[in-house]
Design a protein. Structure first.
Lengths: 300, 358, 275
């Protein structure tokens, strides 16, 4: 006992305590749920069997039934559109802004930081604001689009199945662009300035410098940011709750929202768990890509 | 003489990597010992093992008669001066100096007095209320020293303390550290990669390579009688010349592996035909009159610093020798070089161990 | 073009872009000040003709916003406290060593960081029901948020600890301190700013948290402001000025903290996210 105390005070024991407790906590509240999730995806779990540990084992029935449901494929397609659309928008606009703010002028870094308010706001508030902006008859976005002649009739962003998913994508692009921009700015400022001077001496114009120096030097940053974007996009839940609620008729539903909906609206926890397991595998894959692309930096 | 620090059979592994190999070292009380070697030789690991910042894998580490292998650093009563100085940035100079006293529970007034006394010695009296970031490099170095001095530890450990200073200040601090050591009657272990520092400051120099002590002894003994080629090449600047050679048929002469058969008839007693390396320091090579013993070499480059001139020959391996003052030699000339027998070091070509004159 | 003229032009363009980007925020504030009829005017007015300040008092009272915000604050503080206590030491150890185990720990941390709350909520909810934790719903949400956000905190704070030179701790050890003493005396004070900034980021996240609260807190009197806002926005609501007033009162404190500490938050965030 005295040896243990001495080790905690002076030796490796201190490290083990500091790292052991949080990992035990994380195991209990993240590791176990992950495992439990897999278990539940092979069980029938509803309101009545919720409290008991022994539940009917149904094998892969949940998985089979899930893929027989007519809404499954459209929802998975929606998820793909949501992810690709959001990441593309966030990245392109974010990169553009980052390049602009890269040309340093007084106040640039402060203004650039201000953009990040979109990211620190609660997702539900962002959703509420965009819900109002995108409203059909009185939404200010429709007003701008009408005034600029892009549309003649109002778009019912939230209730038209053709647009409902894009309503959430627009809000999500707004929310995530600033974060992309900040990280890309960091990557840009890490490129040594003399590389550009050397390229200048070699006769490269601005366009060529961008393609031959900026982009190649940013490759690992861009990889990390795309992977982070994928992770954040698959975490996005609040905007769906605040803007379309997945509707109308699942036209804007995505897998992560559907999983919650199955469990907490339809009380089919087994099927909710099934979708969760499938999505978790995807997210883990994205995370592995992210860790790989930042690996050398992690090791420092 | 009492031994302040005694290391016997110390080994240290990092996983499969053998960082320290069977280190034996005795440091008497009041000694100034320098650990020197190229980077990665294990000198810092050895120092950190002394301090308790690394644990040793086997062997005995005794400080002032007490086995310290498993003691945490705070129970060893050693003071350390780090290469980066490691001054606590959130404390003033005075707080930095008195930190160890405050941990021990020394009264505030007493600690303050101790700090003032030490500051007077090291010339920091006016800076006690500054923060480290407000000090120059030299001043920071003094704070780091003072922080060690204030404790009256069993020994001082220095980890390349001068490597962040500019050349002039380094030469000055060298003398100052040695003077402080003598004045305090301290025991010091000093790690450096600079052989000049080791030679000028220490009573006892330990030369390490790849986790092994290659040779240890008084500085000039190492210079005069290096035990192997590594030590011979490490000590002295510019570095010793090594010329491949063979022992002559009679066992008394050297056949140098240089253009034109160059044989030197010396008074050796070695196995005939043996492959050896002849080591001669640049300062021991002299220009010999044409009729005297020597070997002829063409000159390729002449570099003069004003006080001395370094001459490089066009041979393989190239040979460097030193002349005082200006030189009348020019590139393209051929000169006859000679040396005195007592200045020649002969090493076995394969083992690189010293052969001549034991 | 001279340097100052160029700078001024760039600043103008930047201000215009910022104005466009932050327009949704402006729209929230403006709408909250509009009257019920002005809100639906066509064309919409971009400055309220007469600011309806009483909307805020009305919404505060009628929606019981004080109670919602109190619950949000309790949940956010609870999560931050738990995360800071557990995560700081973890980040320190992961920053101090570099070996296979630390790499593995970091990998696990990064993996946990990415798990979406909406996917984790199902097993957590069922598990909590079974062990009876749902009888203390706010505590349950705090635990769930702590598990979700701690990895992010660890990643950020680890970057801070990496910037504290190891020699400082070693100097303290040689000076006679124990590991515990050196950690609290030397390492923690030097990492304080980074820890604080990360804690603020976590606070802002937890303050706006929605999924766990929505799923696990049935009792209205214990729900946080995010859930309150969600139930305020029925499918066919027309009270947008009231909703925007609610949103304004909800986010303005967060935005104020952010604008005040912007420089530090941005640098803290960027040092962690890419490393």
């Amino acid at each position: 006992m005295r040896r243990i105390i001495a080790s905690v005070r002076d030796g490796r024991g201190f490290d083990f305590v500091l790292v052991g407790v949080p990992f035990a906590f994380l195991f209990a509240l993240a590791g176990l749920p992950l495992i439990y999730n897999i278990l539940m995806s092979f069980q029938e779990v509803d309101m009545f069997s919720l409290g008991s540990f022994i539940r009917p084992f149904v094998g892969i029935d949940n998985y089979v039934a899930l893929f027989r449901q007519p809404e499954t494929w459209p929802i998975l397609t929606n998820t793909l559109i949501f992810v690709v659309g959001s990441i593309a928008g966030q990245f392109v606009i974010g990169f553009g802004l980052a390049l602009f703010f890269w040309t340093s002028f007084p106040g640039a870094s402060w203004l650039r930081g201000l953009f990040l308010v979109s990211w620190v706001m609660p997702g539900l508030v962002v959703g509420a604001i965009w819900n109002w902006i995108l409203s059909g008859d009185f939404g200010v976005l429709n007003f701008f689009l009408r005034e600029s002649g892009l549309i003649t009739a109002n778009i019912f962003w939230r209730s038209d199945p053709n647009f409902s998913l894009w309503a959430v994508v627009i809000a999500n692009i707004w929310l995530g662009t600033s974060f992309n921009m900040i990280l890309l700015s960091v990557g840009l400022s890490a490129i040594p300035g003399d590389l550009y001077e050397a390229a200048d001496m070699d006769g490269a114009n601005a366009w060529q410098r961008f393609w031959t120096i900026t982009l190649p030097m940013m490759r690992s940053t861009i990889g990390a940011i795309i992977a982070l974007g994928l992770i954040f996009t698959l975490q996005q839940f609040d905007l769906f709750a605040a803007i379309t609620d997945g509707g109308p008729n699942n036209s804007s539903n995505v897998a992560q929202y559907w999983a919650w909906d199955l469990s907490f609206r339809q009380y089919d926890f087994g099927r909710g768990a099934t979708i969760s397991v499938i999505m978790t595998v995807f997210v883990m894959f994205a995370a592995a890509v992210y860790v790989r692309s930042t690996r050398h930096e992690v090791r420092g | 003489m009492t031994q302040q620090i005694e290391l016997s059979g110390i080994n240290k592994y990092y996983g499969a990597y053998h960082a320290l190999r069977d280190i034996n070292l005795s440091i008497p009380k009041g000694a100034f010992v320098a650990l020197v070697g190229p980077s990665g030789c294990g000198k810092s690991t050895l120092l950190r093992s002394l301090a308790g910042l690394e644990t040793i894998s086997s062997g005995d580490l005794v400080i002032a008669g007490e086995r310290m292998n498993d003691m945490p650093p705070r129970k060893r009563d050693l003071a350390m001066v780090f290469q980066s100085y490691a001054l606590y940035p959130h404390m003033t100079v005075e707080q930095n100096l008195t930190y160890s006293l405050r941990i021990k529970g020394v009264k505030k007034a007493q600690a303050k007095k101790a700090a003032e006394e030490v500051a007077a010695i090291t010339g920091l009296s006016d800076l006690l209320h500054r923060y480290p970031r407000e000090l120059s490099g030299g001043q920071r170095q003094r704070v780091a020293m003072s922080r060690a001095i204030i404790r009256h530890p069993k020994a001082f450990l220095f980890d390349e303390p001068l490597s962040n200073l500019d050349a002039a200040l380094r030469v000055h601090m060298r003398k100052e550290i040695r003077a402080l050591h003598d004045r305090l009657g301290a025991t010091s272990v000093y790690v450096t990669h600079d052989q000049v520092e080791a030679m000028t400051m220490a009573d006892h120099v330990v030369i390490m390579r790849a986790g092994v002590i290659e040779q240890q002894g008084r500085p000039l003994d190492l210079y005069d009688r290096p035990a192997n080629r590594f030590v011979a090449g490490f000590i002295g600047s510019p570095a010793m010349n090594f010329i491949p050679a063979k022992i002559g048929e009679n066992g008394r002469s050297l056949v140098l592996d240089l253009p034109g058969t160059q044989m030197l008839d010396l008074d050796l007693a070695l196995q005939p035909g043996r492959e050896v390396l002849v080591g001669v320091r640049p300062e021991h090579l002299v220009i010999a009159p044409p009729d005297q013993l020597g070997f002829d070499v063409p000159i390729v480059a002449i570099e003069s610093t004003g006080a001395t001139t370094f001459v490089t020959t066009q041979t393989s391996p190239e040979i460097v020798f030193v002349q005082n003052g200006r030189s009348s030699l020019q590139a393209g000339h051929t000169v006859r070089l000679g040396f005195a027998l007592e200045n020649v070091h002969i090493f076995d070509a394969a083992s690189e161990q010293r052969l001549s004159g034991d | 073009m001279s340097e100052t003229a160029r700078n001024r032009l760039m600043l103008m363009i930047a201000l215009i872009m910022a104005a466009i980007y932050l327009f949704p925020l402006y729209w929230m504030y403006v709408t909250s000040l509009k009257s019920g009829s002005e809100m639906f005017a066509n064309p919409p007015s971009f400055l309220p003709s007469s600011a309806q300040w009483q909307t805020f008092a009305f919404v505060w009272e009628s929606r019981n916003l004080g109670r919602y915000l109190w619950n949000s604050t309790v949940i956010a503080f609870g999560s931050v406290a738990l995360i800071a206590v557990l995560g700081t030491g973890c980040a320190y150890v992961l920053a101090r060593y570099r070996n296979v185990w630390v790499d593995l720990g970091l990998f696990l941390i990064l993996m946990l960081q990415v798990l979406p709350a909406s996917l984790m909520v199902t097993p957590i909810f069922v598990g909590f029901t079974q062990v009876g934790l749902l009888d203390y719903p706010r505590l349950a949400v705090i635990l769930a948020i702590a598990a979700k956000s701690m990895p992010f905190f660890v990643v950020l704070v680890r970057a801070t600890f990496m910037a504290v030179p190891m020699e400082l701790e070693e100097a303290a050890l040689v000076d006679g301190n124990s590991r515990v003493g050196a950690f609290f005396n030397i390492v923690l004070p030097l990492a304080r700013n980074g820890i604080l900034v990360s804690a603020i980021l976590i606070f802002m996240q937890a303050f706006g948290e929605f999924v766990y609260s929505k799923s696990m807190i049935q009792d209205v009197s214990l729900q946080p402001a995010s859930v309150g806002l969600n139930s305020f926005m029925g499918p066919n609501t027309s009270e947008w000025n009231n909703i925007m007033a609610y949103a304004t009162m909800y986010v303005t404190p967060i935005l104020a903290i952010f604008v005040l500490l912007q420089r530090r938050i941005v640098s803290g965030l960027t040092s962690g996210a890419l490393k």
